[in-house]
Design a protein around this ligand. Structure first.
Ligand SMILES: [Zn+2]
Length: 434
């Protein structure tokens, strides 16, 4: 039993893209437009440019400075009065330029308007104006990403003596927090494998062990397994972020539930066009403390999420996501399977499919059961209706956010289409099969 408990305590979950969806769910054409500028009949000839125009220009210089490794240009737009921010930005520049980007862009999102409030004008009372827009940072790691990874940043722009400058990136509250990445928490180094790239902090203190080639080899093995199992489009490239603490994991994936029961995460922002490429985030200490076969299992599971991301969508329930990842990762009939079917047989466990919320909030034992039930439910689907049908079900549901109707309605319709059963009936027939 002990072995099972260890395995379940270290089980993994997909941090669903929903965490970021609110910023993106509106159709760009339907977003409120910024107010049209007033007719220029009485405007003064030397009027300052609109803050959004100035911000767009600064951001484009800043992004070009990252790609061109031009520190002077990068720092030129930072408010000299914001001493701490300037110091931090100097570091951020060095870290960003130690990575190999194929593309890096920053774009001000005028549709969200100005998020600066009276408190911010008070905070920057020596400035003539304050402007805080949402900014989209989009980038690709060269050789690994075939689509943009997108983060929301919230820069504070201040106007001093007719010049717009960047003064901070953390002036807003929880809902509009700048999304952090590994390079916000220390220097980074990137190891580039054939298909897998690894980004971690270089070790600075005694006892720290950097993750190296053997991990890349394990990741390549895991990748091959998923490549064989997954039918959908996937470029087969993986970005792994290794943190130096659990706290860092939590900040990067930015979730509001306890993560102590999870060993690793696959996360990806959800955009109007679908999910961006997923990142695997795992704490270095977790890897160092885990036996090699567990690390391989973990990587295989997370890579399943990375591979399926491009076909996925916010309407797919977590039991389908986790069940599919587990189905691809572990052959049927292992210890976990035997234990689960035994628990069901003796009546200690009632087979049922967990809700998304239960996947996030459960304790270790509950999570084990949720993963296990999901895995057997997906296996049941595939055995009874075939993998091709399951794949089409997954893809249909993954695309369904483009159509009107809610999550439950789309699940019902996709289930009916590919199994001729309602979700409830599917669940009952699967439960009876165990
Ligand atoms: Zn998972």
């Amino acid at each position: 039993m002990k072995k099972l408990l260890i395995a379940l305590a270290a089980l993994v979950v997909l941090a669903s893209g929903v965490w970021i969806a609110t910023g993106f769910d509106a159709d760009p054409d339907e977003r409120p437009r910024p107010e049209a500028p007033a007719e220029p009949d009485e405007s003064e000839p030397e009027e300052d440019p609109a803050p959004s125009t100035a911000a767009a220009e600064i951001l484009s210089h800043r992004a070009r400075a990252v790609m061109g490794h031009d520190k002077g240009a990068f720092l030129a737009s930072i408010d000299p009065k914001a001493k701490r921010f300037r110091k931090q930005q100097r570091k951020i520049f060095d870290r960003l330029t130690s990575l190999r980007f194929g593309r890096y862009e920053l774009e001000v999102q005028t549709g969200d308007g100005d998020l600066a409030r009276r408190e911010h004008r008070r905070r920057y009372k020596s400035a003539d104006e304050v402007f805080i827009p949402r900014v989209e940072e989009t980038y690709r790691f060269k050789g690994y990403d075939d689509a943009d990874f997108v983060s929301n940043l919230f820069f504070t722009f201040v106007l001093r003596d007719g010049e717009w400058l960047v003064a901070a990136d953390n002036d807003l509250g929880k809902r509009n927090r700048t999304e952090r990445n590994l390079w916000d928490y220390g220097p980074v180094k990137q190891t580039r494998g054939k298909n897998v790239t690894l980004i971690q902090h270089p070790c600075r203190e005694a006892g720290c062990v950097e993750i190296g080639d053997s991990f890349i080899q394990q990741a390549e093995t895991a990748r091959r397994r998923i490549k064989q199992k997954w039918k959908g489009a996937w470029n087969g490239r993986v970005v792994v972020l290794l943190t130096s603490s659990r706290r860092e994991v939590r900040r990067i994936i930015d979730v509001d539930y306890a993560i102590s029961n999870f060993a690793a995460f696959a996360y990806s922002p959800f955009l109007d066009t679908g999910y961006s490429p997923a990142r695997i985030v795992v704490d270095r200490a977790t890897l160092a403390a885990s036996p090699p076969d567990f690390v391989e299992l973990l990587l295989t599971h997370e890579m399943a999420h990375v591979a399926t991301r491009r076909a996925s969508g916010p309407h797919i329930p977590l039991w389908v996501e986790e069940g599919l990842a587990e189905w691809m990762t572990r052959p049927p009939g292992d210890d976990a399977d035997l234990y689960y079917s035994n628990q069901v047989a003796v009546g200690a466990v009632q087979p049922r499919l967990a809700t998304d919320r239960e996947f996030r909030r459960g304790n270790a034992e509950e999570l084990f059961l949720h993963y296990q039930s999901s895995r057997t439910a997906v296996a049941y689907f595939i055995e009874r209706w075939g993998y091709t049908k399951f794949f089409r079900f997954y893809k249909t549901l993954g695309d369904s956010h483009n159509d009107s109707g809610g999550r439950a309605q789309h699940l019902r319709s996709a289930m009916r289409r590919f199994t001729r059963l309602s979700p409830g009936k599917f669940e009952r027939q699967w439960a009876d099969s165990i």
